[in-house]
Design a protein around this ligand. Structure first.
Ligand code: IVH
Length: 665
C-alpha cells in the first residue's frame, strides 16, 4: 500500500478544482491557471482513476473522452415540446407583435423583454438529476428528439455536474455551436488530413452532435450556451432570473443578454447587437425577444409550434466592401461554368472571405463588375458569399470580363444550352468534372466516404488513376499508398470505406450519381417507388411523372442520364463492382414537411415553382393564399399583404434559410 494521501479525498479535491477552473473558463471567460496546469490536473485524476477504478463516477471530468459507438439513438420525448420561433422582419413588425401582446394581455404600457443573442447552431436538451447530467438529446421535430448523451458529455462547456446542489430534475435547453476560431482550426486540420472541410458552422454542429461514435464528437470543439428550461423551477418568475439561476448553477449563458422595455429599446438592442457582430467569436444571426414575465408567457400561450410570447428578429446579411482582384471560372460536376470573384480577403458575417460567386454570365453583365473594382460582398443566406454590386469609383476601370469559349480546365468546347443561364463544358472526360463528381459521390448525403477529400480526388484524376466514380472501385492498395500524404494505414482505411460503400441503400446511390436535379429528397422518392435500380433504369418519362413531385424536367433528366451510353456505362460498372442498391426498409423518403400547409411570399433565391415542388416532395401542401388552414408562411424580401395577413392570423412565418434547413431535416 502506498502511504500517499487518501485516494478518495484526492479524487474529490482534483474534481472540484477541475470543475472550478473549467467553469471559470467556459462560463466566465477567465482563467486563474495556465492550460498546462489545467491539463496536469486532469492527467493526475485520470491516473488516479486508472489505479483505483472504483473511484470513477459518471460525472467525473475524465468521462468526456467518448463511449463505445451506438447503432442508433434512442428516442426522447420532449415535454413540453421544444418550440421554434416566429420571425419579425423589422421594427414595424416587432411593433405589431407588441401591440398584439398588449391587446391580448390587456396591458397599459409596453412589457419588459429578455433580449438574447440568437446563436446559429443546434438546439439541445440537457437533463440533470440531483445536479448530475444524466441525458442529453437533440430537438428532433420538437416533440421527439434523439438521445445523444455520450456525445453531449464530450462538450467541454457543458457541466457534467452543476456547481450547486439542485435536488430533483432540471431540464436545461440551449444551443450547441462552433466558435468561429474553433471551426476554422477544425477545418484547417481536416484539409491537412485530406478530409472534406465543413461548409458552415451550423451544419458542422448538427453533423457532430449526431455522430454514432462519440470519440468523433469528442474531437470536435463544440461549445454550448443555455437559454431556457423545460419547466421553470419553483420560485423563478422571469426569464432574466432564470438565466441568472442557470449561470449560478455553472451553466454557460450569454453575457450579451439584457432586458428592454418596449419596441424602442428592443430596436436599440437589435442595432447594438448587430454592430457587435463583426467582433464576436461566434455567429449570431439575430436577436430573440421573449416576454420576461413567465406568467405573461403562460397567458400568451403557443400556436402550432411557436410561442406567442417570443419572436426572433434576424439581422440583414452583412455587406462589406473589398477589392475585386480578378475573375476566374470554375467547373462543376455537371460541367457548369461558374464565374468566381477573387477578393482581397475581408471579414463578412464572422468569417474571412477571399472568393465569392458571381453566379453566371448574365449576372456578371448585369452587375458589370470588373477586376480592380471595389465591390460589396455579402454571405447569401448567410452562407455562400456573393458579390452584390460594384461601387462607382469615377476612375479608370479594368476591361469587361469575357466569358471563355473553351473550358478553362480541359480546353473543351463550352456551350450555353437554350433557355439556360449557365455555360457548360461538354467534355465528359474533363478533369474538373471528374474531380467534382468523385467528390460528390463521397459526400455525406451520398456514399459518405471519409478521407476521400478534394486533394485526394485531384491526385487520383491528375495521375490518371480514376476517370469516373466506377474507377474508384478498381484502385489497389499500392496505388493508394503511393499517393502524396497517403500511407499504408490511410490506404487501408480508404479501401475499407470504399468497400463498405458497396452496401449503401438505393437512395444514397442515386443521390451520389449526380443526375441533374436529383438530390437526397428526390433520390429517396425514387427509391421508395422503384425499390431497385432495374425498374428505374427502364421507366419512361410518363411513368416517372406519375410520381408526385417529379415533373417533366426531372423526368427528362433521369431518362437522359440512363440513356446516355457513358453515364449508363458507369452505373453498369458500379453494379459489376459489387453494388446491389435497393431500398432499405425505413428508407421511405424524407418527408420533413409532412402534414404542413404552406404559402410562399416575397422573393426567393430560386424560382417559386421549384421551391413549391421541393416542399411538395417533402410532404407539404402548397397553396397560394393564407387561410385558416395555413401552418407556415415562407417570407422573402418584398413580401407584402400575404405576410401581413399571416401576421394578423398568428401563422408561423419563416425565412428561406429556415425553410431550407427544414427540408434537410
Ligand atoms: S428560445 C421558445 N432562445 O432558435 C422557443 N431559442 O427557431 C425557442 N435559438 O430551435 C427557444 N438562440 O435552437 C431560444 N436565445 C435563444 C435562442 C434560441 C437560438 C434557436 C433554438 C430554436 C430556434 C428557434
Amino acid at each position: 500500500m502506498s502511504s500517499g494521501p487518501d485516494p478518495v479525498a484526492l479524487a474529490r479535491e482534483l474534481r472540484e478544482r477541475i470543475r472550478y477552473h473549467s467553469r471559470l473558463y467556459y462560463s466566465e471567460n477567465r482563467t486563474e491557471i495556465s492550460d498546462e496546469e489545467y491539463d496536469a490536473l486532469v492527467l493526475r485524476l485520470v491516473q488516479l482513476e486508472e489505479e483505483n477504478p472504483e473511484l470513477r463516477t459518471p460525472d467525473s471530468p475524465t468521462q468526456r473522452v467518448g463511449a463505445p459507438p451506438v447503432d442508433s439513438f434512442p428516442e426522447v420525448l420532449h415535454d413540453p415540446p421544444m418550440l421554434s420561433l416566429d420571425n419579425v422582419f423589422g421594427a414595424e413588425q416587432f411593433d405589431a407583435f407588441e401591440r398584439r401582446v398588449m391587446t391580448d394581455l390587456g396591458l397599459e404600457s409596453p412589457p419588459i423583454y429578455s433580449v438574447e443573442p440568437k446563436l446559429d447552431g443546434v438546439a439541445l436538451s440537457l437533463l440533470y438529476r440531483d445536479s448530475v447530467l444524466v441525458r442529453g438529446s437533440t430537438r428532433g421535430d420538437g416533440f421527439t428528439g434523439e438521445d445523444v448523451t455520450p456525445n453531449v458529455r464530450t462538450i467541454r462547456s457543458i457541466p457534467l455536474r452543476l456547481s450547486k446542489p439542485f435536488p430533483g430534475e432540471l431540464e436545461v435547453r440551449g444551443e450547441t455551436f462552433f466558435r468561429l476560431a474553433d471551426f476554422a482550426r477544425m477545418n484547417r486540420e481536416r484539409e491537412e488530413r485530406g478530409e472534406t472541410p465543413f461548409a458552415n458552422p451550423r451544419n458542422a454542429a448538427s453533423g457532430s452532435i449526431r455522430q454514432q461514435d462519440s470519440h468523433v464528437t469528442a474531437a470536435r470543439p463544440l461549445s454550448f450556451v443555455a437559454y431556457s428550461c423545460g419547466r421553470s423551477p419553483e420560485g423563478i418568475s422571469s426569464q432574466s432570473d432564470l438565466l441568472l439561476m442557470l449561470k449560478e448553477l455553472g451553466l454557460p449563458v450569454s453575457d450579451l443578454s439584457t432586458t428592454c422595455r418596449g419596441v424602442a429599446q428592443v430596436r436599440e438592442a437589435h442595432a447594438r447587437f448587430g454592430s457587435l457582430r463583426p467582433e464576436l467569436p461566434f455567429e449570431m444571426d439575430g436577436i430573440v425577444a421573449k416576454l420576461d414575465d413567465l406568467e405573461l408567457q403562460e397567458r400568451m400561450g403557443v400556436v402550432s409550434r411557436s410561442p406567442r410570447w417570443a419572436v426572433a428578429w434576424k439581422f440583414h446579411a452583412e455587406e462589406v466592401a473589398t477589392r475585386l482582384l480578378g475573375i476566374e471560372v470554375s467547373v462543376g460536376r455537371t460541367g457548369k461554368l461558374t464565374p468566381v470573384a477573387r477578393l482581397d480577403p475581408v471579414r463578412v458575417g464572422g468569417v474571412t472571405v477571399s472568393s465569392a460567386t458571381l453566379h453566371n454570365e448574365d449576372e456578371l453583365l448585369r452587375k458589370d463588375v470588373r477586376p480592380g473594382d471595389m465591390v460589396m460582398v455579402r454571405r447569401a443566406g448567410d452562407v455562400i458569399p456573393e458579390v452584390v454590386r460594384s461601387l462607382p469609383s469615377g476612375g479608370e476601370r479594368g476591361d469587361r470580363f469575357e466569358f471563355p469559349v473553351r473550358c478553362p480546365v480541359c480546353g473543351g468546347p463550352v456551350v450555353r444550352p437554350e433557355g439556360e443561364a449557365a455555360h457548360r463544358c461538354m467534355n465528359p472526360a474533363c478533369p474538373a468534372r471528374i474531380r467534382q463528381s468523385l467528390f460528390h459521390w463521397a459526400s455525406r448525403d451520398a456514399m459518405d466516404i471519409e478521407g476521400l477529400g478534394e486533394k485526394l480526388c485531384d491526385q487520383l484524376v491528375e495521375r490518371g488513376l480514376v476517370r469516373d466514380i466506377a474507377d474508384l472501385y478498381t484502385l489497389s492498395h499500392d496505388q493508394l499508398a503511393g499517393l502524396d500524404r497517403m500511407g499504408e494505414l490511410s490506404a487501408a482505411n480508404l479501401l475499407a470505406r470504399l468497400d463498405q460503400s458497396r452496401s449503401m441503400p438505393l437512395s444514397r446511390f442515386l443521390a451520389g450519381l449526380g443526375i441533374p436535379g436529383v438530390g437526397s429528397t428526390v433520390a429517396s422518392l425514387l427509391s421508395t417507388r422503384f425499390g431497385g435500380l432495374a425498374g428505374l433504369m427502364e421507366a419512361d418519362e410518363g411513368e416517372l411523372m406519375e410520381l408526385d413531385g417529379i415533373g417533366p424536367v426531372l423526368a427528362r433528366s433521369l431518362r437522359e442520364f440512363f440513356d446516355d451510353s457513358v453515364t449508363r456505362g458507369v452505373v453498369e460498372r458500379l453494379l459489376k463492382a459489387g453494388f446491389e442498391p435497393s431500398a432499405e426498409p425505413g428508407d421511405e423518403g424524407a418527408k420533413p414537411l409532412a402534414g404542413l400547409t404552406m404559402v410562399f411570399t416575397g422573393a426567393l433565391s430560386l424560382p417559386r415553382a421549384e421551391a413549391e415542388r421541393l416542399s411538395e416532395i417533402a410532404g407539404a401542401k402548397v397553396t397560394s393564399s393564407v387561410s385558416g388552414s395555413t401552418d407556415l408562411v415562407v417570407a422573402g424580401p418584398g413580401a407584402g399583404s400575404k405576410l401581413e395577413k399571416a401576421r394578423s392570423m398568428g401563422v408561423r412565418i419563416i425565412d428561406e434559410e429556415e425553410w431550407r434547413s427544414m427540408l434537410e431535416a
